[in-house]
Design a binder for this molecule. Structure first.
Ligand SMILES: Cc1ncc(COP(=O)(O)O)c(C=O)c1O
Length: 407
């Protein structure tokens, strides 16, 4: 007989991970055991306000009732078929996602990195089949400081040495230009260019918002030069910035849209390449696929996510509460923060380096019952669930003020 499982406390669980888990993350020392809405609770029952929301995978909060209900109902009926067969949930998911985004076709995948990889493959195929680029000559232009995921091909065009060092040889065919620089983009695009791939707002880089007109400029340039505009909205999309998509702030419709994170409702990994028919139509049976992509459970949850976004409520909340967030952060400028960038419920906050690193501030905030994560030195990122209340938002920024004042 095996001994009954003994409940381990947070410290023991953190220690237990050390020898058996790869050290590819450096989590804050909090062990989450349950969560509801905007709040998570650790093993000891301490409660924390979640101001990271799984890097935007939890835009609708933890365990949103409509999403949990959709998942439960699907779990009781059908979970996986593979794409060897059709399933009765996929058509509606694709129809509604295409309708929501104003595009035509959907390629369902699972993680964000897979969506990016798939978008790259589709763009290259389009370049050969439709644009007429000579075989194996296609190029894709990307931005410096990008973050598109962690696969070998994706880190091939990262400018972050930590993400690259030790992982070569790399995939060729990428050109890197400075972000938010249309002249550099113009110079890099030529007749071999299949696509320009950018984040409409660079999340990992610290919520870098390009100048007004940049996204519309990328749209105009790619159209004029005859290449695709691929917008990676895996983090910026699905309500986060106050619109369904961040490109909508400049009334731009890209040729290819990459979605992930919140598309899975914080329940299952769901990602997608969404594109015009002329582009995604290049794929033929056998050329690309995924055992789990488009599985019925993912499609049911993804459809329920689209249904929430169709109401417009979450986009509206992000826009309105974004004003509250901006106002609260403005009050801290010069009092521990040197500046911030914000759009909707998403902010990159630059801490005065004299006060502490982003990591130190994140740890102090954790002790005040607020969870955030640092990115790049002294920057912390705020991206709460879009279901957060005004009071919760104010109290989180208030806690940041307290922590900065303690220094
Ligand atoms: C813009 C962007 N693209 C792609 C990814 C990769 O997504 P995943 O971690 O699901 O592979 C991320 C993840 O943070 C992201 O922010």
């Amino acid at each position: 007989m095996t001994a009954p499982a003994r409940t381990r406390d947070s410290a023991e669980l953190i220690r237990a991970e050390e020898p058996v888990l790869a050290h590819n993350y450096h989590p804050l020392p909090v062990v989450v055991a349950r969560a509801e809405g905007t709040w998570v609770e650790d093993v000891e029952g301490r409660r924390y306000l979640d101001m990271l929301a799984g890097y935007s995978a939890l835009n609708f909060g933890h365990r949103h009732p409509a999403l949990i209900d959709a998942a439960h109902r699907q779990l009781d009926r059908l979970t996986l078929t593979s794409r060897a067969f059709h399933n009765d949930r996929l058509a509606e998911f694709a129809e509604r996602l295409a309708e929501l985004t104003g595009l035509d076709m959907v390629l369902p995948m699972n993680t964000g990195a897979e969506a990016v990889e798939s978008g790259i493959k589709v763009a290259r195929k389009w370049a050969y089949d439709v644009k007429g680029v000579p075989a194996d000559r296609a190029t894709i232009v990307v931005a410096a400081e990008n973050f598109h995921g962690r696969t070998t091909t994706i880190v091939s065009f990262s400018t972050d040495e930590t993400a690259r060092a030790g992982f070569g040889p790399f995939t060729p065919g990428f050109r890197i230009v400075p972000y938010d620089d249309l002249a550099a983009l113009e110079a890099a695009v030529d007749e071999t260019t299949a696509a320009v791939l950018i984040e409409p707002i660079q999340g990992e880089a610290g919520v870098l918002i390009p100048s007004d007109g940049y996204l519309a400029g990328v749209r105009e340039l790619t159209r004029r030069k005859g290449c695709l505009f691929i917008a990676d909205e895996i983090q910026s999309g699905l309500g986060r910035t106050g619109r369904t998509l961040a490109v909508e702030h400049e009334d731009v419709v890209p040729d290819v849209l990459l979605l992930g994170k919140a598309l899975g409702g914080g329940i299952v990994p769901v990602s997608a390449v969404v594109a015009r028919r002329e582009v995604l139509g290049v794929l033929r049976p056998g050329e690309h696929g995924s055992t789990f992509g488009g599985n019925p459970l993912a499609a049911a949850v993804g459809t329920a996510v689209v249904e929430l976004l169709e109401t417009g409520e979450y986009q509206r909340r992000a826009a309105e509460l974004g004003i509250v967030l901006r106002g609260a952060l403005e009050g801290l400028v010069g009092k521990g923060i040197v500046g911030f960038r914000a759009r909707g419920l998403w902010a990159g906050v630059d801490i005065d380096p004299a006060i502490g690193t982003g990591r130190e501030i994140s740890e102090r905030l954790m002790r005040e019952g607020v969870l955030v994560k640092d990115t790049h030195g002294s920057t912390i990122r705020l991206a709460p669930p879009l279901t957060i209340t005004t009071e919760e938002l104010r109290s989180a920024v208030g806690a940041l003020g307290v922590v900065l004042g303690q220094a």
